[in-house]
Design a protein around this ligand. Structure first.
Ligand code: SF4
Ligand code: SF4
Length: 383
């Protein structure tokens, strides 16, 4: 009798079995000069904005040209990046955690042709496809979340506000003239899958209205216990609701308890909470993960509401530009934005940036804020 072999041999169950189907180990992708000098690097320098050199104890050098990338890339854009890597870098390139692209070459004379090639590539509108910069005491690429392109709970878009913010801050990407580095991040809802809460400046999308309920279909498209269990504040309870003269199983939301997280909508598409007027931008400031000068800090809410105003989000970009300008003019060298605000006092931060202060801001998880507000007799009210 003929049969088709499955290739499975019960006597050798592990033979030809693929057990590791994740990405290949990172060092398979090292350029030869990195592989040869692994663990032997002596120091690195930033030669100019966007250009670094790493020097090994063997005498080898690696020159890196860093360019701004984008979080969501088209296939044609990635093909162009690969073409540049093939032409100048023997096919190697790397992405930084902030989606910058780094092209590495192993000798100094290869740097200038690479730079010229990168700067010659422009979008049809005339802007750079591969702007060089993002190093040192400046602003590097903004990390962001999925936004309208891919997620179901965003209160604002992600790529759009990031692009418009980088447009107004472009000079700080190509220069290193700020007191210290400034990290900006965006998350398009408060679940923050992009973890923006430790950035110098964070842009956060925020819903301000509780979910709507489509009682007619809720029981048909959702598991009601799942929707109830999804709520972190226990604001949802089961209920019978009258629809067209008939009692149907559904849920009710205790609106006072709702913190507008959208978790219920994740579980139940009959509970949407996106709303043109309710959705807004919140700005946070002063976070960092570095432990230089002071301990890592969370960002604090400094602007509680700005309209979600596509396509250019002028209120948001204007407020961020103002914050960066005031910080650049006022901070001491090496001071991060949060350290500067703490040194001058948060009340002065609000005054200098022209933001309205209310007691809901800064440490709003505790009222009054124990740690950030200066509450001693030395406190002096400003104007
Ligand atoms: Fe979705 Fe929220 Fe992440 Fe934005 S931040 S992509 S809305 S989970
Ligand atoms: Fe609960 Fe969040 Fe839904 Fe509000 S939006 S009802 S807090 S799960």
């Amino acid at each position: 009798m003929a049969f088709i072999s499955s290739g499975y041999n019960p006597d050798k169950p592990m033979e030809n079995r693929i057990t590791d189907i994740g990405p290949r180990k990172y060092d398979n992708f090292f350029p030869p000069v990195i592989k040869n000098n692994f663990g032997k690097w002596l120091y690195h320098e930033i030669l100019e904005p966007g250009v670094l050199v790493h020097v090994s104890e063997t005498g080898d050098e690696v020159y890196t040209v860093r360019v701004g990338g984008c979080r969501l890339m088209s296939v044609s854009h990635i093909r162009e990046i690969c073409e540049i890597a093939d032409k100048h870098c023997d096919g190697y390139l790397r992405f930084t955690t902030r989606n910058n692209i780094e092209f590495m070459v192993d000798s100094k004379d290869k740097v200038e042709p690479l730079k010229q090639d990168l700067l010659s590539r422009k979008q049809p509108g005339g802007c750079y496809k591969f702007p060089i910069g993002g190093t040192g005491a400046g602003i590097t690429n903004i990390v962001h979340t999925q936004g309208w392109v891919h997620c179901h709970t965003p209160a604002i878009d992600a790529s759009g506000p990031v692009k418009t913010t980088m447009d107004v801050l472009f000079d700080e990407f190509t220069n290193m003239r700020l007191p210290a580095k400034v990290r900006i991040s965006l998350a398009c809802c408060l679940n923050m899958c992009g973890a923006v809460h430790c950035s110098d400046i964070a842009i956060l999308g925020y819903h301000r209205k509780p979910p709507l309920m489509d009682h007619e279909i809720l029981d048909k498209v959702c598991e009601i216990p799942l929707a109830i269990a999804s709520c972190p504040t226990a604001a949802i309870k089961p209920s019978k609701v009258e629809v067209k003269g008939e009692k149907v199983p559904s849920v009710l939301v205790n609106e006072v308890r709702c913190m507008f997280c959208g978790n219920c909508y994740t579980m139940c598409p009959a509970m949407p909470l996106t709303d043109h007027e309710g959705d807004c931008v919140v700005l946070m400031a002063g976070g960092k993960v570095s432990n230089r000068i002071s301990m890592p800090k969370f960002s604090k809410v400094v602007v509680a509401y700005l309209p979600n105003n596509p396509p250019l989000w002028p209120e948001t970009t204007g407020a961020i530009k103002k914050m960066v300008e005031v910080y650049a003019a006022d901070a001491n060298k090496y001071e991060r934005l949060g350290e500067w605000a703490e040194r001058i006092g948060w009340e002065k931060f609000f005054e200098k940036c022209g933001f309205e202060f209310t007691h809901h801001l800064i440490d709003d998880f505790r009222d009054p804020a124990y740690f950030t507000w200066r509450q001693s007799t030395q406190f002096k009210f400003t104007e």
